[in-house]
Design a protein around this ligand. Sequence first.
Ligand SMILES: Cc1cc2nc3c(=O)[nH]c(=O)nc-3n(C[C@H](O)[C@H](O)[C@H](O)COP(=O)(O)OP(=O)(O)OC[C@H]3O[C@@H](n4cnc5c(N)ncnc54)[C@H](O)[C@@H]3O)c2cc1C
Length: 566
Amino acid sequence: MADAVDVLIIGGGSAGSVLAARLSERSSRQVLLVEAGGDLVAESLPKAVASAYPGRAYFDPGLIWQGLDVTTGGTGRNDPDTRPTMPYTQARVLGGGSAINGIGANRGAPSDYDEWEAAGAAGWRWDSVLPFFRKLERDLELDGSLHGKTGPIPVRRIPKSQRSAFAADVVAELARRGIAERPDQNGVWEDGVFPLAANLDEDFRRVPTATGYLTPAVRARPNLTIMTRAEGLKLVLAGTRVTGAVIRDVAGERTITADETILACGALHSPVMLMRSGIGPGEHLAERGIKVVVARRGVGHNLMEHPSAGVAAFLRPGARQPWLTPRHHIPAIWRYSSGLAGTPAGDMHVAIVTRGSWHGMGRRMGLLYFWVNKAYGRGEVTLGDDAAGRPKVDFRMLSDERDRLRLMDAMRQAASVLQAVAAGGRIGAPLPARMSDRARRFGAPTFKNALLTGLGGLAVDGSGPFATRLFERLVGDGTRLTDLVADDGALSAYLDEVVTGVWHASGTCRMGRADDIGAVTDSQGRVHGVAGLRVCDASLFPTIPSANINLPTIMVAERIASLIDG
Ligand SMILES: Cc1cc2nc3c(=O)[nH]c(=O)nc-3n(C[C@H](O)[C@H](O)[C@H](O)COP(=O)(O)OP(=O)(O)OC[C@H]3O[C@@H](n4cnc5c(N)ncnc54)[C@H](O)[C@@H]3O)c2cc1C
């Protein structure tokens, strides 16, 4: 492999794989893609990745970064030093998040992108980005001015026939409350219950960017090289021009030179690469003993997520998903408008989850899992004490009162819906759900966990009228939902403890004008004050879209690639 290329892309995730495919369409351009994780090819896609049920892929330690602990909530505590940390999932594999995520495929509201333009990202308003949302997708069902028919990423909706009785009961209860069913999450932006739009093909198999974009024909291009299990360590600079990067793979370290280097390491790792290389908040870099090359305060700031929590219930046998069929666990979502002053329409998202996890206990758990789809809280990514190690990530969820109030209201609404469904007798009394350490431990897809949770499930089923109580003992933490929703203070404190994200980290190298001190790049992803360097991934988002963010990230990569080609 040549040590000098035209374009070096570091990070082969949702965005990086798209860039590699698009930029190598020009045969005179030598492109090198460097990915820290392993390769994925269509012919031998691991079952967990291909499956329509994604709940094994994102627990697979071979596909994700290890040791990435983050702080989510706790912003209401008096003593900030006691805020707890928890593991956070980020992909480490070609295709990145698109290979391990929950497969949801939606775009957000047109106003999300008009907001980007207003925030200084010129050229990113809805009517400029819609052509790229259409370009990336192959909608298997719908056509018209909002949909694409020929792109690399298939999108389809989970059919009603795949709804479990639990999901059907929840949708029926929402209908009783006057909430209409709508056909298309990616259609006109309105409230309602939608079948989940998912990145699944005709055979209900996931198509990550590693295979949808990096097809055998693309990989065969002589001007494209893909290095997997190779990590970018830091950028190489001559003054304020980036001339390449230091890469480490099994053969050791080497320097690759490039006319242009593009960071596509995701919203947690791209700012880290910048900071390690001397581009970032001056004081922070100095504290870590790093020479400041370009002081840019916004690097690592503006970290965004969708703050979330859930209400669970024990599913009696008739309410469950079929055991062996690999179906998606979220057949439908409920979008609603909180109506809180200053928040836009459709700012809340509720997933109707028909199995809590892949295993025996998870199969017996249904959930309403809700999140603030238009969130205002902002956190930050900084370097760890050892700059070469894992970063410090503090999401500061619920630091904005609007997010806290809406999450509290969502918890009450979810509790009320599940209480009404429970009256029908197919599910037990609802309880607050939290992602405990125990739940995480049992989430790892191992034989031992399958056995233990299978036995736990049988014990619950065999306990007759006490099933719900035993289930509560095994999966709950003793908090009573009815007490919680009746007490503002208790509910707020509880959410502060359990709030988590949905792996939608974004915004840490946001686009904006050069005179905006919080902006890191211009509206083409070029880092302000540095030549030869772009960022292109979820870091670029100025504000968080009201959506799962895989399609928005792919859209960003499609659009940046087209801007590079002029
Ligand atoms: C568990 C999970 C569930 C999710 N569910 C959904 C969902 O259902 N729908 C949805 O739309 N979105 C979902 N998302 C979010 C979405 O998948 C991500 O936001 C999106 O993939 C981000 O794309 P990216 O290109 O910014 O980063 P990534 O896709 O994370 O890509 C970054 C890549 O860079 C590599 N990398 C990092 N540092 C280096 C380095 N130094 N050298 C070399 N390589 C490096 C990483 O290994 C990774 O492959 C989910 C995400 C996760 C993690």
